[in-house]
Ligand binder design. Structure first.
Ligand SMILES: O=P(O)(O)OC[C@H]1O[C@@H](O)[C@H](O)[C@@H](O)[C@@H]1O
Length: 254
């Protein structure tokens, strides 16, 4: 924690009245599952194209182009990095159709299978932190680009911990710009009736931390699961932890 941060029972600055949590990689261990599904889909697609095969890197490519973004933004962004431009197609394009939606649907088939076979695992430190902020009377929202957010929260057994959920389904329905735009976080703060400078954002994705910074949120916590603390800081995190429960430690030590 930064020395300048006034400590409360939760390790957050005193002005904070709400916590806005990303899902995949912050609350649940599902960022890894998404990264594996993206790799399987993109590698199959890249192999089908003429020219040398350069595989999708599940760390570097995932963090830079895909993590935190909606399914279609992530697909578009990685393909653009390889100078591949595909039409959007339609949301119900069958998996494998050579469109942004077709490739995204293929990835979703894989992710659903993986979630089904592996189950959804929560980060225990995140659950402890969630319980601590609830006990401290802070509002809680989940803000995820994933259209599978509701099911993942349910499978993780933490769906009753949040007053507000903004997710990939909301983004499509309300036509919100996805992360790195701040709109999804701003929508959550608005629904909670809290000003952005009274809300803290918790994010493992560079795109999400950027959204927290550009939205004028009161505190941005970078959650480093893959050794990218410096990148999280330079994208706008006020502090970086490897486990949300680390925020509670300074209270224990006080
Ligand atoms: O394909 P879904 O479940 O709608 O998820 C979209 C994105 O949701 C984000 O939360 C993940 O960080 C991305 O990896 C994922 O691709």
């Amino acid at each position: 924690m930064d020395d300048a941060t006034e400590s409360t029972k939760t390790g957050l600055p005193e002005r904070i009245r709400a916590c806005l949590f990303d899902l995949d990689g912050v609350l649940t261990e599902t960022a890894k599952v998404h990264a594996a599904a993206w790799k399987q889909m993109f590698d199959a697609y890249l192999k089908s194209r003429p020219g040398p095969f350069v595989p999708f890197d599940p760390v570097a490519d995932y963090d830079r182009y895909v993590d935190g973004k909606t399914r279609s933004d992530g697909t578009r962004s990685f393909l653009a990095s390889r100078n591949i431009n595909l039409p959007d197609g339609s949301p119900d394009d069958p998996p494998g159709t050579e469109t942004i939606n077709g490739l995204g649907n293929a990835k979703n088939e894989i992710v659903l299978k993986l979630l089904d076979t592996q189950g959804v695992h929560v980060y225990e430190g995140s659950v402890r932190f969630l319980k601590a902020v609830r006990a401290a009377g802070l509002h809680r929202a989940v803000v995820s680009s994933s259209a599978n957010c509701a099911n993942v929260l349910k499978a993780a057994g933490i769906d009753d911990m949040f007053e507000v959920r903004i997710d990939g389904v909301t983004i499509a329905k309300e036509n919100l710009p996805g992360k790195p735009a701040p709109d999804t976080y701003l929508a959550a703060a608005k629904k909670l009736g809290i000003d952005p400078d009274q809300a803290a954002v918790f994010e493992d994705a560079l795109a999400g931390v950027e959204a927290g910074r550009s939205g004028g949120f009161g505190f941005v916590v970078g959650v480093d699961r893959v050794g990218q603390a410096d990148a999280l800081r330079s994208s706008g995190a006020d502090t970086v932890v490897t486990d949300l429960a680390d925020l509670l430690k300074q209270e224990d030590q006080a």
